[in-house]
Design a protein. Structure first.
Length: 458
């Protein structure tokens, strides 16, 4: 048995700052050395209260569990030493680097914190939630809380679908918080069949620090996307959304454990070259970290949508109304490499015509794992999700079925793989299968999707 104690890590390299959209904390990083303790004089949190048990350096699971227990009781040095042991046999895990950076910040060692956090921010496939936390902590460690910053990502890809216009309820665009934006009933006239599409998208976060040790800031998020189909041009989509609001951090000033973010938002969506709807509203987003690597997020939003009639969709205005939505997610680590997330969603629509009013609720299970690559020190990121949504409509649609109110059960399974191509770029593969079960035959369909994309961060 080999036990590593007290040795400070040597930082091999750091990469350029970058950003990636995502909701889960699994990433990659470069190797570090053995266990580390805080520097002398770092404060009361830097002194371990209990003797550290002997744990073999190759027992990453035991070290990770011990780190979680040490963090829960406030023993920062013991948690640092345990996570350093995890890196002995798993040097490619950026989620561990992120946690170490946050712990070193709490222990009063901003230099080591900065080194770890820089790697966590720049890991090629690290999800957005992890990047966001690392970026905020890095600003704190660097003493740059009052500076303006901008980061983002952009991507492009090709997708093949067996039935892109499967039904009027097919999800063409996913709005903020993961709430689907539905296509109107006029699309029943669009032929069903396979098609190829090309998509380009970009996401930008501009932020300005409001001062103070905690790091509160003002954040503007902008998302744009364009999708064009080879044959089904009626579904060509242009999407723009912007959100603006302050981000107020909670928890310790040096290393916050969460935030509250109220915001105002605006959205424009065009389909088939014609404006489909514009919306404006407000919401509040929350994030909390009750323990090591456990993350709880939530969002409540209101959107007033004004739909526009067009030649292809002459009755779209019937969907104008108030849209309420809520999303809650908890993410927990199953091991140093694998993470589980459970998500719940709810949407309430009060439309101009009652047969477009609806209540939707659902859940999603997600697994994310860092996969050791065939060669190199940078992990691949694997994802598997299973989702269910139930929608109940307020009244029968007289043009479809004058007696029965529409209801739907939507099931979806998706698998994805992100392969780093460099310090700021990733190759993304995705496959999904959708089953939409409805009590009205017009809305009953299935769709198989496969896509290949490329993304980079700045």
């Amino acid at each position: 048995m080999i036990v590593m104690r007290g040795r400070l890590p040597t930082i091999r390299w750091a990469w350029k700052d970058s950003h990636l959209i995502a909701l889960l904390i699994v990433g990659v990083a470069t190797p570090f050395g053995g266990a580390a303790l805080a520097q002398p004089g770092a404060g009361p949190e830097a002194r371990s209260a209990d003797p550290e048990p002997e744990i073999a350096t190759d027992d990453a699971e035991a070290s990770f569990r011990f780190a979680a227990e040490a963090t829960a009781r406030g023993d920062v040095p013991a948690a640092i030493a345990a996570l350093e042991r995890v890196l002995q046999t798993n040097p490619d895990l950026a989620n561990i680097k992120l946690e170490l950076g946050l712990l070193y910040l709490r222990a009063g060692n901003p230099d080591l914190a900065r080194s770890y956090l820089t790697i966590a921010v720049n890991s090629p496939e690290a999800p957005e939630e992890a990047r966001q936390r690392a970026r905020i902590a890095l600003r704190s460690a660097s003493g740059a809380l009052g500076r303006f910053g901008i980061s983002g990502s952009a991507g492009a890809g090709l997708a093949f679908q067996t039935n892109p216009n499967g039904s009027p309820a097919s999800v063409s665009i996913t709005g903020p918080g993961g709430i689907p934006i539905l296509i109107s009933g006029d699309d029943l006239s669009i032929p069903r069949g396979s098609d190829l599409s090309a998509t380009a998208n970009a996401s930008i976060e501009a932020r300005y620090g409001l001062g103070g040790q905690r790091g509160n800031d003002l954040v503007l998020d902008v998302n744009v996307a364009q999708t064009n189909y080879l044959e089904t041009t009626e579904l060509d989509a242009s999407y723009l959304n912007a959100r603006l609001g302050p981000r107020i951090f909670t928890g310790p000033e040096i290393a916050p454990t969460g935030f509250v973010k109220p915001y105002v938002t605006g959205t424009v969506l065009a389909l088939g070259g014609a404006r489909y709807f514009s919306g404006f509203g407000a919401g509040i987003a929350l994030l909390a970290r009750p323990s090591l690597s456990v993350t709880v997020t939530g969002q409540i939003a209101y959107d007033r949508r004004n739909y526009n009639n067009s030649k292809r969709r002459p009755t779209a205005e019937e969907q104008t109304g108030d849209y309420w939505s809520g999303v809650a997610e908890i993410g927990v680590p199953l091991s140093p490499r694998t993470r589980l997330s459970v998500t719940g969603i709810y949407e309430r629509v009060e439309a101009r015509e009652e047969y477009w009013s609806r209540a939707t609720y659902g859940t999603q299970l997600g697994f994310v794992t860092a996969i050791k690559p065939p060669s190199g020190a940078v992990s691949w990121l694997g994802r598997l999700t299973a989702a269910y949504r139930r929608s109940d409509y307020g009244a029968p649609d007289p043009l479809i079925d004058p007696v029965r109110r529409r209801d739907e059960d939507r099931f979806e399974v998706e698998a994805g793989l992100s392969i780093p191509l460099g310090a700021t770029s990733t190759l993304d593969l995705r496959a999904s299968q959708t089953w939409n079960k409805s009590n009205i035959a017009n809305y009953d369909y299935r769709n198989t999707l496969g896509s290949l994309g490329f993304s980079f961060r700045f």
